[in-house]
Ligand binder design. Structure first.
Ligand code: FMN
Length: 197
């Protein structure tokens, strides 16, 4: 009663949503990805910096180039998922800031002139956007299988030769297949997580 979001939507996004490890052959379309992005783009980032960049791996050749950098245990599902997305932080996000945060266009030079500062900010804010993206995939009635088990330097060299991006996660996307998930693990209780001062 306290939450205002429709209970069915709560289940779809959180309680019944699971991390999928197998998928059906049903394709995931560009239209679905566009709808997911056009929903989650409204979620907040610092200075509205939006550092997340997404590479959809659709070709067989791209899939092969990616899978070789995945940890052994992540390879079968990354090879067979209907769609795989590489989610990365753009460490040069500040170039877009004057347009994306017009209330304070000086932020680009005042706060983000230094690359190490940008990297730190991009890592946090793009990671937030990874979370929003996963929930967006669920909102489309699909399952996500996020992974960080990979050789990040290898993926960065393979897909981001400009040196301006840092991979954060690789996400398998599709309809859950047979035996798609491991048993549900417990979650920390409110009292284990929340303190009040
Ligand atoms: C950022 C991130 C990285 C993860 N990396 C991997 C991974 O490399 N391989 C894997 O099999 N699962 C990976 N997982 C899946 C988690 O273990 C899974 O989401 C978590 O246990 C919750 O599972 P549930 O949604 O089925 O309850 C990752 C999940 C997240 C969010």
């Amino acid at each position: 009663m306290t939450l205002v979001l429709d209970p069915a939507a709560q289940d779809l996004l959180f309680r019944e949503a699971r991390t999928a490890n197998t998928f059906t052959a049903d394709p995931v379309t560009d239209e679905q990805l566009q709808a997911i992005y056009d929903l989650v783009k409204y979620a907040p980032t610092a200075f509205n910096q939006q550092p997340l960049r997404v590479v959809l791996v659709r070709s067989a050749e791209g899939r092969e180039r990616l899978v070789q950098h995945m940890a052994e245990g992540n390879r079968p599902k990354t090879s067979t998922a209907p769609l795989v997305a590489i989610l990365a932080a753009d460490n040069e996000f500040h170039e877009e800031l004057p347009a994306q945060f017009p209330a304070f266009p000086q932020a680009k030079d005042a706060f983000f002139a230094e690359r190490p500062v940008r990297e730190k900010s991009a890592a946090l804010n793009a990671a937030l956007q990874v979370g929003y993206f996963i929930i967006g995939v669920r909102a489309a009635g699909l399952a996500a299988g996020p992974m960080t088990g990979f050789d990040a330097d290898g993926i960065n060299k393979e897909f981001f030769a400009d040196g301006e991006h840092s991979v954060l996660a690789v996400v398998n996307i599709g309809k859950p297949g047979a035996d798609a998930w491991y048993p549900r693990n417990p979650r920390l209780a409110y009292d284990q997580v929340v303190t009040t001062v």
